[in-house]
Design a protein around this ligand. Structure first.
Ligand code: NDP
Length: 247
């Protein structure tokens, strides 16, 4: 408890699923949280839940793939609350389909949200991290970025590239005392995976050594660890939270 006292975290995609669980887990550890999602209803709802835990929260509705919108958000956040200590790039989407039938639009929107979004937020905040000589950046990638998946070439490419981004930025920012790590969840029960067909779920379950799907809280607790003082000597790593699926 209270591993993140006096820290201010910005969590993208905080409106639902894994991002919401991270925002609430951070608040339980004493952090104040800037909650960002596409819709103000969702970010405001989670911000209220953070406040109910006795922490401060700010809600923003921003499309992370839009450079101008992210720049505006960074300006607003650096005015109030005035600082960010932990950035979690979690916002992500899928637009599945076989490569030969995939539209340019489905490719672009996935790359822009999952990869460019993380780039824009990281670029926007890195100056203030450098000035503080501290900061934690946690990027939510996926095991699909490591092993690939038929029907998800856009998603897999965006998540693999996010690992490349994380390692490069980890090297750039390490001399300034800033760590950058990635978490690669396996199958976590959220809205994103609720749409998967029953036979797919069965097949997937058979490939998970621990024999169960993960919960958002499993990813959230890993994010708490990576944001906490206990992880001060860890950077440029990819931590799989997948029930052993990719070991
Ligand atoms: P959900 O679909 O449940 O939630 C996605 C969140 O991202 C929502 O809050 C949504 O906003 C927000 N979001 C989507 N697009 C944008 C955008 N352009 N700008 C700002 N916010 C946006 O997803 P999960 O919680 O399941 O996934 C979270 C992350 O974890 C993703 O990056 C995903 O790829 C990754 N992941 C998930 C796995 C799983 O099994 N669930 C496995 C591996 C990785 P709003 O609420 O307003 O709609």
């Amino acid at each position: 408890m209270n591993r993140l006292t006096n820290q201010i975290a910005l969590v993208t995609g905080a409106g639902r699923g894994i991002g919401r669980a991270i925002a609430l887990a951070f608040a339980k550890e004493g952090a104040d949280v800037i909650c960002l999602s596409r819709t103000v209803e969702n970010s405001e709802k989670v911000a209220s839940e953070v406040r109910a835990l006795g922490r401060q929260a700010w809600a923003h509705a921003v499309d992370v793939s839009r450079s101008d919108a992210v720049d505006g958000l960074i300006r607003s956040v650096l005015a109030e609350p005035g600082r960010v200590d932990i950035l979690v790039n979690n916002a992500g989407i899928t637009r599945d389909g076989l490569l030969m039938r995939m539209s340019d639009e489905d490719w672009d929107v996935v790359m822009d949200t999952n990869l460019k979004g993380a780039f824009l937020l990281t670029r926007g905040l890195c100056r203030s991290f450098i000035k503080q000589r501290s900061g934690r950046i946690i990027n939510i990638t996926s095991v699909i970025g490591l092993i690939g998946n038929a029907g998800q070439c856009n998603y897999a490419a965006s998540k693999a590239a996010l690992i490349g981004l994380s390692k490069s930025v980890a090297r750039e920012l390490a001399p300034r005392g800033i760590t950058v790590n990635a978490i690669a969840p396996g199958f976590i029960q959220t809205d994103m995976t609720a749409v998967l067909k029953e036979e797919w779920r069965k097949d997937l379950l058979g490939r998970i050594p621990l024999g169960a799907f993960g919960e958002p809280e499993d990813v959230a607790q890993t994010a708490v660890f990576l944001a906490s003082p206990a992880a001060r000597y860890i950077t440029g790593q990819v931590l799989c939270v997948d029930g052993g699926m990719t070991m």
